[in-house]
Structure formats: C-alpha cells, structure tokens
Design a protein around this ligand. Sequence first.
Ligand code: BJW
Ligand code: ZN
Length: 254
Amino acid sequence: MTNYSPLLADARALLIQAKHVAAFIGAGLSAESGISTFRGAQADALWSRFDPAALASREGFFANPEHVIEWYNWRRQTLAKASPNPGHVALGKQKRLIQITQNVDNLLERAGVPGQHIYHLHGTITKDRCDAFCGYERTLDLEHPPSLGKCPQCGHFLRPAVVWFGEGLPLDTWKKAESLCARIDCLLVIGTSASVYPASGLIHTARNSGARIIIVNTQPSDVSDMASVELTGPSGEILPELLEGLDICSFRNG
Ligand code: BJW
Ligand code: ZN
C-alpha cells in the first residue's frame, strides 16, 4: 500500500459528489515525461540551475535575445522527444473537464484533451509571437526550432509565446478561468508549487467560493493547508487510480 492509497476513496467521493470540477495543473504533471519542473526537490529544477530574471523576463530577453532563444529551443527539443505520461493520459480521458494549466508544453493536447478545454494561463512554447503584439505568430517545428528572428509584419523581435515574469496573463483565458473557479464545487490541483501569481490565486478563488480542494503532489506546497484531501505521490501513478471509471464534468449540459 502506498502513502496515498487510504485517501484515494475520500478524493474519489469528493469528485463523484461534485457537480462541477476543474483541474489546476503545474509542472509536476509533466515531470514524469522528462520535462523539468521550475522549483521543488527535483535536482533538475530549472530555477535551481538557471536565472529566471535572465531567461523568463522581457528585460532578460532584450539584454541577450540569442541566449534566451537558445534556451527555449533546448527546451523545445526536449519536448519534441517527450511523450504524455500516464497522468496526462488519465486526464485525456476526461472529455468534459476544463483543465487550467500553467504548463507551456503540449502534452495534454497530445494525450487527447480537447483543445478548447485547456486553458493555457502561461502560453505555449510551441509557438513564437511578435513581441510588439502586432498579431503575428508562428507554430514551430519543435525538433528544429528557428534561431532568433524578426516579425515579417512589423520588424520587431519574435519571441516565445509564453508569459514571462512581470507580464499579464492572456486576458480572455484568465477571465474564463476565474469565472469557472468561482463556480465549481471541487478543484483538482496537480503538481504545482502554487507559488506563482496571479495563477495560484485561482486556488484561493475556488476555496473562498466553497469548493473542496484535492491536491496531488510529491511534496507539500504553498496551498497544502487548503486541501480537503492531499494525495502525496507522483501524479503519473495517482491520477490513473483517482480518475479510473469517472467522467468528471466542469459544466452543465456539456
Ligand atoms: C510533482 C511531481 C510529480 C514534481 N507528480 N507532483 C503576488 C505575490 C508575490 C509575487 C507576485 C504576486 N503577483 C504577481 C507576482 C509576481 C510574479 C510571481 O508570482 N512571482 C512569484 C514567483 C514570487 N508573477 C508574475 O510576474 C506574473 N505576472 C504578473 O503578475 O503580471 C502583472 C501584470 C498585470 C497586468 C499587466 C502587466 C503585468 C507572471 C508569471 C509568469 C510565470 N512564468 C513562468 C515561466 C513561463 C515560461 C517558461 O516556461 O519559460 O511560468 S515561471 C514558472 O512558474 C512557469 C510556471 O508555469 C510557473 C508555476 O510553476 P509550477 O507549475 O507551480 O511549477 P513548480 O516547478 O514551481 O512546482 C512543481 C511542483 O510539482 C512542485 O510542488 C513539486 O513538488 C511537484 N512535483 N514532480 C506530482 N511527478
Ligand atoms: Zn509584429
């Protein structure tokens, strides 16, 4: 028996009783696919090896754009070789569940989650966009991503279509996520340190609106005290057991 086994039935009961559920996802979900997390106990955590101010801010990009693009291209090539893990696959079977993700990878899509049910709060590394927001974007070949380039429409730099520190989240997606989290009865929080805002504020929104919080994480996080049930272990093991045979739903008449 694993640590979390005695609590699985409690978590499943919450999911079954809830009328409306959403998932809130972080880097831990993709860790078992070989995608590094940012923080946490893992030796390969990105922010223990690299400087976020240099690599994940607009100031850092303008200080050394070639270096930033090289770093993203290294991560893109890692993603190209990665596959969805059993945690993604379990979520991919939940066709009526809105999955709010901070992750910039495409592993939920590749596991079969309908694109319109994935709310990417921090954008995607699968695309570049014009830094000047002229509307130009391009989808990349992740195996062979291009080096630093200029926008063919307006001449400004092209950059990864992600949200860096100090930047606003995509407004429409954010509004939809906020409104959903204020309406649900249960939020399934997976593999996040819950330390980055405003994204993690959604957990508070859900809790303050009366939702029960189920946490799946290998270690305690900033929101452990909000959990009705905290399942401690890898999401690739827990999610298949937790979601087995369930069809959880985020919306009425869906
Ligand atoms: C497992 C596992 C397994 C491992 N199974 N689990 C309020 C208070 C303080 C600061 C702020 C605040 N409000 C805003 C700020 C500033 C800042 C912020 O939050 N800073 C904090 C870090 C202190 N926020 C911002 O700057 C945001 N923008 C903003 O506020 O704009 C204001 C504005 C408004 C209007 C106009 C203009 C401006 C933007 C934040 C953007 C974050 N960007 C990044 C990089 C994205 C691009 C890229 O990938 O390169 O997003 S940072 C990084 O952190 C990435 C992630 O999405 C995000 C969250 O990380 P996540 O997913 O939680 O991962 P980890 O690594 O932290 O945790 C992994 C977890 O998994 C751990 O708990 C492990 O235990 C667990 N785990 N293996 C299950 N197998
Ligand atoms: Zn442009």
